[in-house]
Design a protein around this ligand. Structure first.
Ligand code: FE
Ligand code: FE
Ligand code: ZN
Length: 276
């Protein structure tokens, strides 16, 4: 099954997002669990969650991939801010428990000069704290471009976090723009990158993908998303991805610079590439 979707606004609630997704021919989607550039979250609406779960099942959706706020930095230097970020993560995981079986993805963090080892340990500490509650959700570390002091642009860093946490509730979301910008050559050697991922992390832990082209060249460590086929990844890379046997059944989310009509066009384009 090819599960394709895009980022949707969560402002109207979960059921509204499912309805919007249906109009786009999407069968998964992403949304921010709270203000992406702040920390405020909407009041939890349990009835809306339950109704949305029924709609998702009726319409044979794949797992959703919720996204944590960009401002949540689990390895920021100030103790007080780091503790606040860990509380946000814990609350997000709790809320996602009302949409059981879906994914929650977040950016591991930026160590802001503390060093990679310290960053990895702090992220792992926050995850241990958030996963104590044993909610029915798998938490995904996103592969990063390696901008500034970002943790997670090497598969080894994600693996180190996962080893420290030691939970089967932890997986990875691979962002195509980010891995390319980080120096993984998915344009010329997708098989090689997936083999490397398998060796270091294990493909069974790869739970979702973000599909983005990149405005920047290979290994640029930049992270600027382009529309599908309009950047340095190119259409053939996405044709390879949507047809790859090892990526079958994994939800794929567009985070391209688009509004809904263009998202609909991109979803149709990707479905076309998969059926050729
Ligand atoms: Fe992201
Ligand atoms: Fe992403
Ligand atoms: Zn990005």
């Amino acid at each position: 099954m090819l599960y394709l979707g895009c980022h949707l606004s969560a402002s109207g609630g979960n059921c509204a997002m499912v309805q919007t997704a249906l109009t786009l021919d999407a069968n998964t989607f992403a949304f921010f669990t709270r203000n992406p550039r702040g920390s405020s979250a909407k009041q939890l609406d349990v009835a809306d969650c339950e109704k949305a779960m029924a709609m998702l099942q009726e319409n044979a959706f794949g797992p959703l991939v919720a996204h944590g706020a960009y401002t949540m930095n689990l390895c920021t230097a100030r103790d007080k801010d780091r503790a606040f970020a860990a509380e946000i993560l814990k609350d997000d995981v709790y809320r996602m428990g009302f949409l059981p079986g879906n994914f929650y993805n977040f950016h591991p963090g930026s160590h802001v000069g503390q060093g990679m080892e310290t960053g990895i340990r702090q992220i792992a500490d926050a995850l241990c704290y958030a996963l104590e509650q044993d909610a029915p959700v798998t938490v995904l570390l996103e592969t990063m471009a390696g901008k500034g002091s970002e943790v997670g642009s090497h598969f080894e860093e994600l693996r180190a976090i996962m080893d420290l946490v030691g939970s089967d509730k932890l997986g990875v979301c691979m962002d195509t723009c980010h891995v390319h910008d980080a120096g993984y050559d998915i344009v010329n050697d997708l098989d090689g990158v997936l083999a490397e991922f398998d060796n270091i992390i294990g493909l069974d832990r790869l739970c979702a993908l973000h599909l983005n082209d990149s405005k920047n060249p290979y290994a640029s460590h930049k992270d600027r998303h382009a529309c599908i086929g309009q950047g340095s990844l190119g259409l053939q890379t996405f044709r390879n991805i949507v047809n790859h046997p090892k990526l079958k059944g994994k939800p794929m989310i567009l985070e391209t610079p688009n509004d809904l009509p263009e998202y609909k066009t991109e979803i149709a384009l990707l479905r076309q590439l998969a059926s050729e």
